[in-house]
Design a protein around this ligand. Structure first.
Ligand code: NAD
Length: 307
């Protein structure tokens, strides 16, 4: 076994604690810990684990003199200052496998909800309205789905959508997996062509300087008036003010957002609009995804400690 000390800063699947404890690691499980408390005690730990509630800042990392590993039980690493960690020689690890199917299935559900306006129909009934006439929908079959970013999640979505007989258009900054392309009959395109041709546009890129407001007012103006945007990547990738204007003015058909520039997004003006579906960052919130991510992180930590 090992005698390293571990600080777990967010709620994680109990399997993670169990595997680490079975390997004799000493765990402080503090899912409610505040940034000030982290600053105070981070120097005592060899391993720091977060999910998405906690942000590990440069200031914290500067104090983390005994830290070897920062682990994110999830995919996006934008809540860890990776530059600062690199300078201090701290390994930063994540679990890309966990969320792949969970997020792709959420997108599929959001597309179906956008096509048939199930959320609006539900709201209607709760408010005493029978909106049958207003809710004439469309079908996904035969529609064009543009996927921006064909990594783990983008590819899984492509496969699921292909099963519904959608046509898949793909854009990425790196070469796209050939086997996947053949399997789904992928039409590769540059970003502008994808935006102009798609009925649904789903974004699966990380939040980077180069992807900040990747979809802005100018880009939105080139899309079909009926196009629907689904964003389950990161809030900053879509310009929310521009999206609000386009949806309100009818120059876009609809949107489904699981991620926001500011979270929690309760009170967002997008909630005024009927052609929008909003979910509270639940992409990876499934039993299966959380337990898979916890297992992957535990295994990675143990492998690193073994050297
Ligand atoms: P991934 O790294 O496997 O794939 C990302 C892809 O985006 C890569 O192929 C990359 O080349 C591509 N890319 C990068 N910059 C691009 C650009 N400017 N234009 C086009 N493509 C670009 O990541 P993944 O596992 O598929 O996850 C994608 C993102 O989803 C994550 O970075 C994370 O932010 C987000 N995510 C959200 C949730 C949620 O709860 N909603 C859960 C997991 C992941």
């Amino acid at each position: 076994g090992f005698d390293d000390s571990v600080l777990i800063c967010d709620e994680v699947d109990p399997i993670l604690n169990k595997i680490l404890e079975d390997n004799d690691l000493k765990i402080s499980y503090e899912p409610e810990i505040t940034p000030d408390q982290i600053l105070e005690k981070i120097s005592n730990y060899n391993i720091v684990i977060v999910r998405s509630r906690t942000t590990i800042t440069k200031e914290m990392i500067d104090k983390a003199d005994n830290c070897k590993i920062i682990a994110r039980v999830g995919v996006g690493l934008d809540n860890v200052d990776q530059e600062a960690a690199k300078i201090k020689n701290i390994r930063v690890i994540n679990a890309v496998e966990g969320a792949m199917n969970a997020v792709a299935e959420l997108v599929l559900g959001l597309m179906l909800s956008l096509a048939r306006q199930t959320a609006r129909g539900d709201r209607g009934i709760r408010n005493g309205q029978w909106l049958k006439k207003e809710l004439k929908g469309t079908e996904l079959k035969g529609k064009y789905l543009g996927i921006i970013g064909l990594g783990n999640i983008g590819k899984r979505l492509g496969r699921l959508a292909r099963a519904l007989n959608m046509n898949i258009i793909g854009y990425d900054v790196v070469p796209i997996d050939e086997e996947f392309s053949k399997e789904v009959g992928l039409m590769k395109a540059d970003l502008n062509t994808l935006l102009q041709s798609s009925d649904y546009i789903s974004i699966h890129v990380p939040l980077l300087d180069s992807t900040y407001h990747l979809l802005d007012a100018q880009k939105m103006s080139t899309m079909k008036k009926t196009a629907k945007i689904i964003n389950t990547s990161r809030g900053g990738v879509v310009d929310e003010d521009a999206l609000y204007d386009a949806l309100k003015n009818g120059t876009l058909g609809g949107a489904a957002l699981d991620v926001f520039e500011k979270e929690p997004a309760v009170g967002t003006k997008l909630a005024e609009l009927d052609n929008v579906i909003l979910t509270p960052h639940i992409g990876a919130q499934t039993k299966e995804a959380q337990s898979l991510a916890a297992n992957v992180i535990a295994e990675k930590i143990i492998q690193i400690l073994r050297g």
